[in-house]
Design a protein around this ligand. Structure first.
Ligand code: IMP
Ligand code: MG
Length: 174
């Protein structure tokens, strides 16, 4: 398949691997023996989560949440809607929210506010990528792979209108 619209590679598969290794070690130090639950944010975080969880020593259970932020292309409307709620009872559990990229922060804010309704013991956020220049809503990010400038990126789970999720690296969209 041709990827003619894609610009330069922002992170190679090898660079992603180093970030994932370091994040897994940081997260292992945080959780020791507390059996947290990973909440994977569909759909963009599925590739990152699969790699991260397999590099962690911590025993962890897995659940999913799906949200949609309206709009297609590289824009976002700011309106976030819940598409799939948690299936596990997470009351009293420690939660690790796994995100692909945090941009304006609206999606993460929505997820944190929603998860709080389930009364977990504690919630932390890991995101492979962070775009601090785009932040509109303040959100805590406890573990970050790396910051990226104000650009739209795809690959390693991240999409543009559903495309490019299966790329092993992260590329800029021209
Ligand atoms: P938010 O603006 O922080 O709410 O980000 C909303 C969602 O937009 C993220 O969870 C991603 O799914 C998506 N998103 C934001 N920036 C990018 C990007 O550069 N590439 C692909 N998806 C993005
Ligand atoms: Mg997306």
């Amino acid at each position: 398949m041709a990827h003619g619209e894609l610009g330069r590679v922002v992170l190679t598969a090898q660079e992603i691997g180093s970030h994932v290794d370091r994040l897994a070690a940081e997260i292992d130090r945080e959780y020791a023996s507390s059996l947290p639950v990973a909440v994977i944010v569909l759909r963009g975080a599925f590739v990152f989560a699969a790699d991260l969880l397999r590099r962690m020593e911590t025993e962890i259970t897995v659940d999913f949440i799906e949200v949609a932020s309206y709009g297609s292309g590289t824009g976002s409307s700011g309106h976030v809607e819940l598409r799939r709620d948690l299936r596990e009872d997470v009351a009293g559990r420690r939660i690790l929210v796994i995100e692909d990229i945090i941009d304006t922060g609206r999606t993460t804010r929505f997820i944190l506010d929603h998860i709080a309704l389930h009364e977990p013991a504690d919630v932390k956020v890991v995101s492979l990528l962070n775009k601090p220049a785009r932040r509109v809503v303040d959100v805590p990010i406890h573990f970050v792979g790396t910051n990226v400038p104000n650009m739209f990126v795809v690959g390693y789970g991240m999409d543009l209108d559903g495309r490019f999720r299966s790329l092993p690296h992260v590329a800029e969209v021209r």
